[in-house]
Design a protein around this ligand. Sequence first.
Ligand code: GSH
Length: 220
Amino acid sequence: MQLELVSFKICPFVQRAVITLLYNDIPHTVTYIDLASPPDWFRTISPHGKVPVLKVDEQHVIFDSAIIDEFLNEISSGKLLPDDPLARAIDRSWIDFSTRLILDFSALIHATDAEQYHQRGKIVKSDFELLEQQLKQGPFFNTENFSLVDIAYAPLFMRSTLLSMDDELYPANQYPKTTAWAKTLLTIPQLTSSVVSDFEAIFKAHLQQQAPFVAKHLKL
Ligand SMILES: N[C@@H](CCC(=O)N[C@@H](CS)C(=O)NCC(=O)O)C(=O)O
């Protein structure tokens, strides 16, 4: 099986799949596309028109990061989700919530004026408040066991550490368990190596171009 991951360099959802591939030592190749002008073949393999897409072989393609991650876990260690059905379902629920948090945070970053910025900031704060209440003593979401839930949130934590954000832009600063969790995750080598080497520059250039209000606020 020669896996090929179709990627966009700054996509947090693709990054989840990369972390899972690296964590499990799964051989793979990565093909980068430009989402602003995707190649014709992309539409035929990605019904939602989104990355990540995992080409498993000439006939089989999987899409959606949560589904790709579960597949990668199942063909390797299988240890990245709990055995107990209820615990596994709870993990899937919080993976689903991470997508909401990433999208709410992305909406905040792309606010075009102060009013939108404040409104969206309140939504992100309430998301982080819910997440904080869910966290136990750590170091991981499932205490001692690193899991797909950690992988699902890690891309957000990585992006937030690259920017000097105030509490309104990044309310997680106010939540000690979330802060400690993020700090732990960012020491994991498979996580820090899951983006391209010029990720920071590309990400900041993207914000300058697509999110000028927040870029100015961050003095980028
Ligand atoms: N739920 C999807 C979300 C994927 C997603 O939104 N990817 C973005 C890039 S970060 C995308 O491909 N957007 C292109 C579009 O919406 O046209 C997943 O987890 O894989």
